[in-house]
Ligand binder design. Structure first.
Ligand code: MSP
Length: 524
């Protein structure tokens, strides 16, 4: 049986259209799923929407819709957007799904049976947009530490989850699983800010709004946010339902991908809920950084929001994905600029990758009537061997990086192979070999170029699947055994196969000024 791999995205708030920050999380999860699949795993990806809560109720009202009408619309939008972005998710959970609501009730009942929940009075500083209470000491300049907005002092009757009861177990879990939260600096933040000072019990119910799952024992209380939201990762697999096949197969999750703002909830409350349910804890939580603009956060009021559909429709899905995956390095924030976007696409996609394929296809057509020449390993010289050794060494590095989800660094190393292969053309000067009528050298060089392009196409498959496919077609590779990850090492490109006569460029070169202007004018 194949090893399973379960990756999740956060479930997004359906407050409006998504920006490229949300799209990044989705693209990252999709690419990791595809990578794992290519490495032979039975990979499963979950995404969805976090549809309850006061904020949704408010937004719907302002639009003259019921909450249900509003979330249905956004769910439709989200599914269309992910289809446009070629996201290969396996399930889309909505917290308003009956399957979720039913399971959450059972989960809460289990907490009640365990004695994990008690009724109390909550007084705290509440941030409406974040739907989060903060203690006095957590506020930054009297404002919300997450979003910087005003907070309100509120007191209400609430149910609490007894977090303190699990504190020692949580600390022990972290000691035994030092890699649980990535990057490590995020784990250290959780520790020093929340675990060391002592865990606060978590308020899990509200009486001030309606749009949510009712507390089973006390329906004037509505569950608010984190019990409802976090449990999506298990309810989607059928936990507490009649059919829990998927749960048995995929739980515990291998990877929860989250933004840095919600790492606290995933790193503290989620493991504790799971302990309370007697379930295994996920293997890893990866917190990525934020996409910000030069003038700070993206926001509609500033009109500096970049919507993914705008980029995808004009530049293509692979180019947009590549940009996001390449520019956000492990756990760090990234400043989006239209200049940076256009430059990255031109340099890496149109120049480095596009030209390498184009030149190679052109030369194979010109010198060998489009037929990939015979492989002649015995006649290879130092230059050829250098290229091969370099590529093999890179592969080891790339696997290490991708296995630890360092996608940006992995892409950098893949592009180093592309640069090295371009350099091989300069070193071997095929045009001179043609002039000298040195057919033997020329055929070795063409063979090696085609072979490295095959390897490159495989390496980029999880990240730029459409582009990889176009490369296979242009190179005349139809045999699926030539496209597997293992075939990077275990196979070589077939000789005698015909490449395309005139391939379309993979990526058109962008007119810098025009495109910068275009992106700027289309921010919302
Ligand atoms: N509903 C909660 C998550 C519950 S998960 C059990 C939520 N939703 S959200 O819509 O506000 O955010 C969804 C994700 O998008 C979060 O991981 C958040 O970090 C991410 N991002 C929001 N803005 C972002 C950027 N500007 N850049 C990158 N990611 C960003 O939180």
């Amino acid at each position: 049986m194949r090893n399973s791999f379960y990756v999740t995205t956060p479930i997004y708030y359906p407050s409006g259209k998504f920006h490229i920050g949300t799209a990044y999380t989705e693209v990252l999860a999709d690419s990791i799923k595809r990578y794992k699949q290519l490495r032979g795993y039975d990979a499963y990806m979950l995404t969805g929407l976090d549809e309850h809560g006061q904020k949704v109720e408010t937004v719907a009202k302002s639009r003259g819709l019921t909450p249900k009408e509003h979330v249905d619309e956004i769910a439709d939008y989200a599914k269309k957007l992910w289809a446009l972005m070629d996201i290969d998710y396996d399930d889309f959970i909505r917290t308003t799904d009956e399957r979720h609501e039913k399971a959450v009730e059972k989960i809460v009942n289990k907490f009640i049976e365990n004695g994990d929940i008690y009724k109390g009075e909550y007084e705290g500083w509440y941030c409406m947009p974040c739907e989060t209470y903060f203690t006095e000491s957590q506020l930054v300049d009297g404002k919300c530490p997450d979003c910087g907005r005003e907070v309100k002092k509120m007191t209400e009757e609430s149910y609490f989850f007894n977090m303190k009861k699990y504190e020692d177990r949580l600390i022990k879990f972290y000691e035994e699983n030092p890699g649980f939260v990535q990057p490590e600096f995020r784990k250290n933040e959780i520790f020093s800010n929340f675990i060391k000072p002592g865990l606060e019990d978590l308020c899990i119910s509200r009486t001030t709004f309606d749009w949510g799952i009712k507390m089973p024992n006390d329906p004037k209380h509505v569950l608010y946010v984190w019990v409802d939201a976090l449990t999506n990762y298990i309810t989607a697999l059928g936990y507490m339902s009649d059919d829990d096949t998927l749960f048995k197969k995929y739980w515990p999750a291998d990877l929860h991908i989250v933004g840095k703002d919600i790492i606290r909830f995933h790193g503290i409350y989620w493991p504790i809920f799971l302990m309370a349910l007697g379930l295994e804890i996920p293997k890893e939580i990866y917190a990525h950084g934020y996409i910000v603009m030069k003038d700070g956060k993206m926001s509609k009021s500033k009109g500096n929001t970049v919507q993914p559909e705008m980029l995808v429709e004009r530049y293509g899905v692979d180019a947009t994905k590549y940009f996001l995956l390449r520019e956000l390095t492990f756990g760090q924030d990234m400043v989006f600029t239209p200049e940076g976007f256009v430059e990255r696409l031109n340099a890496d996609l149109s120049n480095d990758l596009g030209n390498l394929l184009n030149r190679t296809i052109g030369m194979i057509n010109k010198y060998f009537d489009g037929i990939i020449p015979e492989k002649q390993k015995d006649n290879e010289n130092e230059i050829d061997k250098n290229l091969e050794n370099y590529t093999n060494e890179q592969l080891i590095k790339i696997e290490e990086l991708l296995d630890t989800y360092h996608i940006s660094n992995g892409l950098m190393e893949i592009w180093a192979i592309i640069a090295r292969t371009n350099k091989y053309i300069d070193e071997t000067m095929p045009w001179s070999l043609a002039k000298e009528e040195n057919k033997e050298r020329l055929s070795i060089v063409m063979y090696n170029l085609a072979e490295n392009l095959r390897k490159i196409a495989i390496l980029i498959t999880p990240f730029l699947p459409k582009t990889a496919n176009k490369m296979f077609i242009q190179l005349g590779i139809t045999n699926s055994e030539q496209k597997t990850w293992d075939s990077i090492k275990n196979a070589t490109i077939e000789s005698g196969v015909k490449v395309i006569e005139k391939g379309e460029p993979l990526f058109v070169r962008l007119e810098k000024d025009v495109e910068i202007e275009y992106i700027r004018n289309n921010m919302k």
